[in-house]
Each structure stands twice: as C-alpha cells, then as structure tokens.
Ligand binder design. Structure first.
Ligand SMILES: Cc1ncc(COP(=O)(O)O)c(C=O)c1O
Length: 397
C-alpha cells in the first residue's frame, strides 16, 4: 500500500509498518500483529507509559485554560514549572531555554556555546547522536549523518572513553586544533541509542580537568538519559559534574507533547543579560509542553513512583544481565532502565512484532528502554518472550 507521507530513516519501499488501532499504558493493538508490547518506550520518549492519565489530564487542563502564549508572556505555570525544573536539576542559578524537541535543544545549546566563547569547534564522539538538524547532525557520529551535508570543519572527534581512559589522545586532539578554536565538549552523558556506554568517573574527571585547563565548556546531552531513564533523575547525577549547558527532551513530557529544554548555567545566562540571545522559536515555552513537564516532574518526585521504579529497575537489571549467558548474546550493557544487547543473528523487527514485541534494533543490537508503568511481573512476561526469541534458532535468527 502507498502512503502519502514519509517514514523516517529508511528507503520508503522497505518500511516495516503496522496499522495502529489503539494504545494502552504498556502496549498497543495493531491490525497485523494483534497486541504488541513496547519495550523501548517507542523512541525512548514514552518513559511514563504510552497513555499516562496524569500527564494527559495536565495537558487537558491547560488546554482548557490557554494553549497559546507569546514567547514574551510571563504566566504562573511558566514561572512555577521553571523553578520546579531548576530545583529538580539541583541548580540554584542559571536559566532554562525551552524548545520543541531534542535536536532543537542541541541546536540552541550549540548557538549559545559558540556565541559565549566566540569559538566554533565542538569536541564530540563518533558514537553519539544529537539530532537530525544541521548543527546537531554535524556533531553526531553515527550512520544518520550519511547522505547529508555536515559542518565538518567545526567538529572534532575525540576517542570513546574506553579507548582513551586517561584522555591522552583527547588532549592531543585539543592541542592539534588549538584550544583557542574550541568552544567545548558536547557529550551524551550516557551514550544511549548507539549502545548504552556509561563512561567511568575517572574519564569524566579527565574531561573536567581539560575543561579547566583549556577553558572549554562542558555541554551534556540528556535528551535520552534524562528523567530517570538511567536510574537517576538525570544521567549526570551518576557523576560529579558541573556542566555549563544541559539539553533535554523525550522524557521531559513523556513524549506526550513535543517539547525540550536547555539549561544554561549562571555564567552563560549572565552573558546574555548584555548580549543578544539570538535564539527563538514560534512555539517557545509552549503552555501544553510546560503543563506536561510539570506533571512529569511531579511524577518523578512522588515517593510511590520512586519505590515502584527502584523495584522495576531491579527486576529489569537482573533479567537483562542474565541474558549475557545466552549462547548467541555477545554482550549486555545496562544502566537503570536502559540496556543494550549485542546478539548474533538478530531477527528483523517484523519477527519481533509477530511475537508481540516492539523494540529498537539496529545491526546486531537491541536497545531496551521499557516504560516505567510496567508492573514487574508484566515486564518479566515480555522479557520471557524476548528470551524465547533469543534462544530459538528460528528461520531469521
Ligand atoms: C541523545 C539524543 N540527543 C538528541 C536526539 C534528537 O532528539 P529529537 O529526535 O527529538 O530531535 C536524540 C534522539 O534520539 C538522542 O537520542
């Protein structure tokens, strides 16, 4: 069947699609495959379920009050939730810039970083993904940059943490380019979609040391790992880090409204008191996004949610690490509610759908990021199905 719209990241003739009939918290009903359980929070954004009444009601309430506000408008929700967010980030100072998605957050972070330093080069890692727009894609190292123009002159690649634990090569990169040309490091706090690679504190200490020595900014991309995806409210809570800029999206509204944010530290926000902040968007600080984000922050701070989350995380970690013993599984990495499984002979997405599972797969890797609404038993049942698929030498596997 021909569709009058595009599908993402694929030859249009090759798409695996399904007819979506209805959605509940952890699964959706399809015409072709019946009920399908989501083990990746779709694209890692639906952390609080595919249908979360609490977030939905917050959006509906706001919709009934007002759903459009000028970027120049100040209003109670905007003031209140921004304080709540800064609080949640453990930040007393600094400011938030609002966006409508992950790439857009990163674009604005790049603009701020280059403007304040008056330097252009960004240090990034090949395993990172920061979004599909020109600036964000230029500092993304994965296959998604193929077939696109990128600003390669202003991106410099540093080695992955395990290849350069003492940052000796990284420092060489800085010296080669000249620190006077470099704005800073732009790093996913925990590399997510490209394989779930948390770096050790020692590596981060090295990054901090280089930032100080060469006066470089530390910009963290928390688009995927923020809002409890990795066992802490934010990825950088795992480490002792004082980032200059942090970017957010996905879990910020549980995917219920396209939304995002950029945290800028006091140093950056003060600079823009006297200098034009040349950043903006029509739907800046969209009231529906703010309302959804406030609901998410409330959920994340709820004792019962945290108890449930910790329980679920324990079950998830135990089960996922047990997969490492399977003959076809080459490696398992897991942080909080985010896991990568490297598996030989990975079946196609169609095969998983036929078994009633939806998850992110690429090459020989599965990325699991179940939403936090699963009951532990329910999640175990879906992981049982995944285990059966991994065990079976089926036609595809
Ligand atoms: C770490 C990271 N940053 C940025 C993005 C881009 O977000 P968006 O697709 O909302 O533009 C993604 C998307 O997967 C991501 O994983």
């Amino acid at each position: 069947m021909d569709f009058p719209y595009f599908f993402t990241w694929t030859k249009q003739k090759d798409i695996t699609h399904f007819d979506l009939l209805s959605v509940d918290e952890t699964s959706f009903e399809t015409k072709e495959y019946g009920r399908v359980y989501d083990l990746s929070s779709i694209s890692y954004q639906a952390s609080f379920g595919l249908k979360n009444k609490f977030i939905q009601n917050a959006i509906i309430n706001q919709l009934n009050q007002f759903a459009i506000a000028s970027p120049k408008a100040t209003f109670d929700l905007k003031n209140r939730v921004t304080h709540e967010f800064l609080n949640f980030l453990n930040k007393k100072n600094g400011k938030i810039f609002y966006t409508t998605g992950g790439a857009e957050s990163n674009e604005n972070a790049l603009k701020m970083a280059r403007r304040i330093t008056n330097k252009k080069v960004i240090l990034s890692r090949k395993l990172s993904y920061h979004g599909a727009t020109l600036g964000a894609l230029s500092i993304s190292g994965d296959w998604r940059r193929d077939h696109n123009i990128t600003l390669d002159e202003w991106t410099a690649w540093i080695p992955e943490a395990n290849k350069d634990p003492d940052l000796i090569e990284t420092e060489k990169v800085i010296k080669n380019i000249g620190p006077e040309n470099i704005a800073g490091f732009f790093l996913e706090t925990i590399i997510g979609g490209n394989g779930v690679y948390p770096a050790p504190q020692k590596w981060w200490n090295g990054i901090k040391r280089l930032c100080k020595k060469y006066d470089l900014l530390l910009i963290l991309d928390e688009v995927l790992c923020g809002f409890y995806r990795t066992g802490e409210p934010f990825g950088y809570f795992h480490y002792q880090l004082e980032p200059d800029i942090v970017t957010f999206s996905k879990g910020i509204t549980g995917g219920m409204i396209p939304f995002g944010a950029v945290y800028a530290s006091e140093r950056i926000s003060t600079f823009f008191e006297e200098n034009i902040l040349s950043c903006g968007l029509t739907n800046y600080a969209h009231p529906l996004g703010l309302a959804a984000m406030e609901a998410v922050i409330k959920l994340c701070k709820d004792d019962e949610f945290i108890r449930h989350y910790k329980n679920l995380e324990k079950v998830f970690n135990r089960r996922v690490f047990s997969f490492a013993k399977k003959p076809r599984v080459e490696e398992v990495r897991c942080v909080g509610m985010l896991a990568a499984i490297e598996i030989e002979g990975l079946p196609s997405l169609k095969h998983f759908l036929e078994k009633g599972l939806y998850l992110v797969i690429h090459d020989k890797r599965i990325i699991l990021a179940p939403n936090f609404c699963y009951l532990p038993k329910q999640l175990e049942s879906q992981l049982d199905i995944l285990e059966e698929i991994m065990d079976k030498k089926n036609d595809e596997g």
